[in-house]
Design a binder for this molecule. Structure first.
Ligand SMILES: [Zn+2]
Length: 416
């Protein structure tokens, strides 16, 4: 077979980036792993692994440690590798209607700083994004993060994006219009930004780093004032034709039922969400369609969820009913998706009566899946989920922009 006229640099570069990403992830997941084990896992030669590891060592992204693993054939001590947390940083930005926060973490995922933004006018995206930018600058300055060592910014938002994860399509809780969010964020942070819907972001973080890692078919439902959902099938996020796949809150539950924030009637939000519980208890007389304009309902919900609430018995009953309704109306969807695990999170997912009613009803109806409740198991918070989004999309990823590290160029130039 004839050799190609020219060496395909783009392809070789792609392989190199993919192998580097795999090596970094293996070192992240198994601190102390040695070069021989890496070569076996990645399926490349020892020489190729040595090249990649040397590059990572020079860049200060990994460091050598005494291997925890068994000594080599002649009892020689093996040198293990681990990620050097001081080698780089990621930032997670989390934009919910109730809370906007920024988390700075190192590339091991250890939190360095967590700061609330407290937007003056959350319904104004321009102003809110400017305030996020100001706070991010303060955080980066405070910890002397060099520009070339900030490798990724994960942005999770309470809204749905278009299929390219660029433009915001629907964000009723924030009251933001449709606009090119990615371009706006790239203007602030550069090309290292990755964006995802907040519930999807949590599902991906759990699937890649959390208690659900290794589970390739899962459904995550986040229950707060409204309901959100995300589906991972065969290890991939289910997006759907309009990228609204997994959005459980607007499943039809009661035909011609109460009005929903989406403009339709009888969505699951109106019978099984935090709002539904409040409405049942008479805490709110507003309809769900106006929930966007009444963010104070979130603080009312927080009071209801407080265990010391004077109406604890009534709350318990309403929670029980709403949790049962959630199970009843998602059962057929869950059967069709056939997940290995169903995870219920959010403030209501952490509530015992609601979450246990959900599980009991699904079990009684015969759902065959592990049911994981935030009331019993720690689920990654939305703020941390955006950190993991940055780590998985921009650091432990072929997208990692190794060439942005300026002092590596200096080392290489000096050695020429
Ligand atoms: Zn709806």
């Amino acid at each position: 077979m004839a050799l190609p006229m020219r060496f395909d640099m783009s392809n070789s570069d792609g392989v190199r980036k993919t192998n580097r990403a795999r090596v970094m992830r293996l070192i992240h997941d198994s601190p102390g792993v040695d070069r021989t084990e890496l070569a076996l896992s990645v399926g490349v030669s020892n020489a190729a692994i040595t090249n990649i590891v040397n590059e990572l060592l020079r860049a200060g992204l990994v460091q050598e440690v005494d291997s925890q693993h068994s000594p080599g054939a002649r009892g020689r001590k093996r040198v293990g590798l681990q990620i050097d947390g001081t080698g780089g940083y990621v930032m997670g930005v989390n934009v919910l209607a109730t809370n906007v926060s920024i988390v700075l973490a190192d590339i091991c995922g250890s939190v360095i700083d967590e700061t609330d933004v407290n937007p003056t006018q959350i319904r104004n995206p321009d102003q809110t994004l400017s305030e996020i930018q100001k706070t991010a600058d303060v955080v980066l300055d405070r910890h002397n993060v060099p520009a070339d060592r900030l490798f990724g910014v994960g942005f999770s938002v309470a809204g749905y994006l278009d299929a390219e994860s660029r433009s915001l399509q629907r964000a009723p809780y924030l009251g933001w219009p449709s606009f090119d969010l990615k371009r706006r964020l790239q203007g602030i942070f550069g090309s290292i930004v990755t964006i995802e819907n907040v519930t999807r972001c949590t599902a991906l973080a759990e699937n890649r780093f959390g208690v659900l890692s290794g589970i390739n078919d899962m459904v995550l439902i986040r229950s707060a004032l409204g309901l959100g959902g995300a589906v991972i099938t065969a290890g991939q996020l289910l997006r759907g034709s309009q990228n609204f796949g997994g959005d459980m809150g607007h499943l039809l539950a009661v035909p011609e039922g109460p009005a929903c924030s989406c403009g339709k009637h009888g969505c699951l939000n109106t019978v099984a969400s935090g709002w539904a519980v409040m409405h049942k208890l008479g805490t709110t007389s507003r309809s769900y369609e106006t929930v966007n304009q009444f963010r104070t309902q979130n603080s009312q919900l927080r009071l209801l969820l407080d265990a010391d609430n004077a109406r604890a018995d009534a709350v318990e009953r309403a929670m029980n009913e709403a949790g049962t309704a959630l199970a009843k109306h998602t059962m057929t969807t869950l059967q069709a998706l056939n997940p290995e695990a169903v995870c219920l999170t959010g403030p209501l997912g952490r509530h015992d009566a609601y979450s246990q009613a959900f599980r009991d009803a699904l079990t009684a109806m015969g759902l065959e899946a592990r049911i994981i409740l935030a009331s019993e198991t720690e689920i990654i918070t939305p703020a941390m989920a955006s950190v993991y989004l940055a780590l998985s999309d921009m650091v432990y990823s072929p997208q990692f922009n190794f060439s942005q590290i300026s002092n590596i160029d200096r080392v290489e130039a000096a050695s020429r």
